[in-house]
Design a protein around this ligand. Structure first.
Ligand code: CA
Length: 512
């Protein structure tokens, strides 16, 4: 019987392919760094491969395209999500900081996908002041959502679920797929909370990696020499700013999982209290435990990816479904001594982006063009055969996915960070394939990095005479981008408080 059901579904899938209407599953995690994806070849990738952290995401990459130069335009949750939905930079969609609604009347891709005849579902973390319009089925985590026993908000109000959020969300997604109208193509948005702070893993991974040593970054004890005022003023250092209670689960009750928690971490915590670590030893301990909890959360996300891929295969949907794995920005895994995101610097600027599209994307390809979260909306709409509106900041990635990068594809990216969180100073800037130029306009400081010679961005070259013409050229390019994307922004203007709109918070409490 199973075989027969799979065959029928497969025939429907093939029919869909002939009609040019592939299904889409968009798995979007929160704060997942490229360093912790095996396939990425980033700092911890080799370690992650050895420890089997992301076998299913890696499986997706092997069968599809992995974008090594994929970036956000404003490295925090809500703004990145708004840029994905609208195809616009923060300057134009109403969401420069956290929890705000997308500006009324702004076009968003889900409506276009539904108008193209798709049935659609949006599940999980949304973190915007609006609930999804033009979506057939939606269940969202209010605000940031919780890892355990999360509340989900739907058209009928709130409902409390029992269990672990990453697993529950996958259950909801698969249940929706099972009951869908098989005569119509679908788009499923599976938007995980994990691995966002406070990095609470499922109990099944409490002990995993316990006896493993995570490789330290060479910049764990960065002193920020060679950088400007902003790097010295931040408050996102693992040693100083990461909390023992919530972040590292020392001296914290674990509610209904107290017994499992005590069994897994009781000895560790007792040894920690006894050792009375200070200075570099404390930072090293925190780094190890932070990254382990983060990876345990990532592992659960990877399990989810595996369940979705297995379902698609079992139902004969694999060949006619585009699967996208991405995360809303990058994250620091101890590089520069940091956790969190926000900066135009590499680790937070990167977004993982992997797309499998059988028959279109060459398996194992690594397209190198500079792509950005503003490109997702146009990409989805082109895949479903819808109409891409005029005026988007982003462009469809479909030509790149087909291996035909347009000659006029962008050579530089615009970036602007506006939030005051974690003491990270506002800045805007430009990234090309070789350089990063940032302007920390509250203190009128420039920083310039040559990524070829200084990939860790340890020394700003803005005052070096050998880079004078590079600096001038990049400043002109940044000004061109500002004029195009944000003409109302004057970096020379005196600092002003955010407008009243910037203080509204409809969807939950304000956090990162
Ligand atoms: Ca995020």
């Amino acid at each position: 019987m199973k075989l027969k059901a799979g065959l029928v579904a497969g025939l429907i899938g093939v029919a869909g392919a002939a009609a040019g209407t592939p299904n889409i599953v968009f798995i979007f995690s929160d704060d997942h760094s490229i360093q912790t994806i095996g396939a990425y070849g980033a700092r911890l990738s080799e370690f992650c491969r050895q420890q089997n952290v992301t076998p299913n995401i890696d499986r997706l990459a092997a069968a599809g395209a992995l974008f090594p130069n994929s970036f956000c335009g404003n490295s925090i949750c809500s703004p990145s999500r708004a840029s994905v939905l609208t195809g616009l930079h923060s300057s134009s969609n109403g969401v420069p900081t956290l929890g705000l609604p997308v500006r009324a009347g702004t076009w968003m891709y889900p409506a276009a996908v539904r108008a193209a005849g798709y049935q659609t579902a949006a599940l999980g973390k949304w973190h915007l002041g609006n609930t999804p319009a033009n979506t057939d089925y939606w269940r969202l985590f209010p605000g940031q959502g919780n890892y355990w026993n999360p509340t989900v908000l739907g058209p009928g109000g709130e409902e409390k679920l029992t269990g672990y959020a990453t697993d529950l969300l996958t259950d909801l997604g698969l249940a929706w797929l099972k009951q869908r109208d098989k005569n119509k193509p679908f788009m499923l948005l599976l938007h995980h909370k994990a691995p966002h702070r406070p990095w609470e893993p499922p109990t099944r991974y409490y002990r995993w990696l316990a006896d493993v040593k995570i490789p330290e970054p060479p910049t764990l004890f960065d002193d920020y020499r060679g950088r400007g005022t902003a790097a010295h003023a931040q408050k996102l250092e693992i040693g100083r700013d990461m909390t023992l209670a919530s972040d590292l689960k020392v001296r914290a009750g674990k509610g209904e999982h107290a017994a499992e928690f005590e069994a897994a971490f009781g000895t560790r915590n007792a040894a920690f209290e006894k050792a009375k670590l200070e200075g570099p030893a404390l930072t090293r301990w925190k780094y190890q435990e932070y990254v382990k909890d983060y990876l345990r959360c990532v592992k659960a996300v990877d399990d989810s990816v595996g369940r979705v891929l297995d379902y698609l295969k079992a139902e004969g949907l694999e060949e006619n479904t585009v699967v996208v794995y991405a995360s809303d920005q990058g994250f620091y895994m101890g590089e520069h001594g940091w956790f969190d995101k926000r900066w135009i610097y590499e680790e937070s600027l990167h977004m993982p982006l992997i797309i499998r599209w059988p028959g279109v994307v060459k398996p194992g390809s690594r397209p190198t063009p500079l792509v950005q979260n503003i490109d997702y909306a146009a990409t989805f709409v082109e895949i479903v055969g819808g109409k891409i509106p005029d005026g988007l900041h982003g462009r469809s990635l479909v030509p790149i996915l087909r291996g035909e990068t347009p000659a006029d594809w962008r050579k530089s990216l615009y970036y602007h960070y506006y939030d005051p969180g974690h003491g990270v100073m506002k800045h805007y800037g430009v990234r090309t394939d070789r350089y990063t130029l940032a302007h920390f306009y509250p203190v009128k400081e420039w920083e310039l990095y040559d990524l070829e010679k200084d990939p860790q961005q340890l020394r700003s070259l803005h005052a070096e005479s050998a880079y004078a013409s590079t600096l001038t050229g990049l400043q002109a390019e940044l000004e061109r981008l500002r004029q195009r994307y944000e003409p109302g922004f004057d970096p020379q203007a005196p600092a002003t408080p955010p407008p009243a709109e910037g203080r509204k918070k409809k969807a939950g409490k304000k956090k990162q």
